[in-house]
Ligand binder design. Structure first.
Ligand SMILES: Nc1ncnc2c1ncn2[C@@H]1O[C@H](COP(=O)(O)OP(=O)(O)O)[C@@H](O)[C@H]1O
Ligand SMILES: [Mg+2]
Length: 254
């Protein structure tokens, strides 16, 4: 299969991150290949956001190796970040600006060529053209998620990091966002790492998932493989099993 041989876009080896003695990520290793959407799952506090923040250079690892696009993160940080972007349910764009003003600020920041055309194209893609002149702070959560995604696509990222992008969305909008992400992945071949607590999200969007528990990977595979491996009926059942018995698995790995 050609897909299986695609190049590794993200390589994480023995990543560890401590915050003043609190171990957020104990020992995490994984790879993400070009064009894959990989889900990071796990209970609150499992280390998902910290892992994403390391990949964004927002926090420095205590130890371990991170390579993105085949380049060492420490040494090629700027080059890597220019080819990446992110979207999180928990980081809002400045609320007092209009949608188009926010997008203009980011387009300038990313030095997007022909930014008017680019912005218009993305507003169309995300079906939010009518929101152009709206005040960002007055948008509903579904609208602001899509504006955030629009921002995240402005620099044509090859790697998109999504931290709970569908949190706080109603099922209808969440469904639209899922379909949209798949479409963007299909049409633009963007590699994505995706965290979510919504197993429906994950089954629909992700090619492969990694289950984290207490800062360690306790399962890895396609949603189907993981369901079979844990002899459960659904990914949600696996999630519950991992959250409740993952302590034991983590103990073994210490
Ligand atoms: N800046 C920080 N300072 C101290 N502890 C932190 C910090 N960020 C995260 N942690 C701790 O690290 C652990 C993992 O957090 P996080 O990566 O946010 O998990 P998740 O996103 O899976 O819910 C948690 O116990 C959290 O309290
Ligand atoms: Mg988190």
């Amino acid at each position: 299969m050609v897909r299986a041989m695609a190049e590794a876009i993200v390589q994480v080896e023995h990543l560890r991150k401590e915050f003043n003695g609190t171990v957020a990520v104990a020992d995490v290793s994984f790879q993400v290949r070009r064009g894959e959407i990989v889900g990071l799952l796990g209970a609150n506090g499992a280390g998902k956001t910290t892992t994403i923040q390391v990949l964004l250079g927002l926090t420095t690892p205590t130890s371990g190796l991170v390579k993105i696009f085949g380049m060492d993160f420490e040494r090629h940080r700027i080059a890597i970040l220019q080819r990446s972007n992110f979207c999180s349910a928990y980081t809002a764009l400045p609320g007092n600006l209009k949608v188009w003003e926010n997008l203009l600020v980011f387009a300038k920041l990313y030095q997007v060529k022909d930014h008017r055309r680019k912005t218009d194209e993305l507003l169309e893609l995300l079906e939010i053209t009518p929101l152009r002149k709206h005040i960002t702070g007055h948008l509903s959560s579904g609208e602001s998620t899509r504006v955030n995604l629009c921002k995240a696509l402005l620099n044509d990222p090859e790697l998109l990091l999504l931290d709970e992008p569908t949190a706080s969305l109603d099922p209808n909008i969440a469904d639209k966002v899922r379909k949209l992400l798949r479409r963007v992945q299909r049409e633009r071949g963007i590699t994505m790492i995706y965290t979510s607590h919504n197993m429906r999200d994950v089954e629909e969007v992700c090619d492969r998932v990694l289950f984290l528990n207490k800062g360690r990977v306790v399962a890895e595979g396609t949603p189907r493989q993981i369901i079979d491996q844990f002899q459960q009926q659904s990914l949600e059942d696996v999630f519950i099993q991992v959250a409740r018995s993952g302590d034991l698995l983590a103990e073994e790995g210490k």
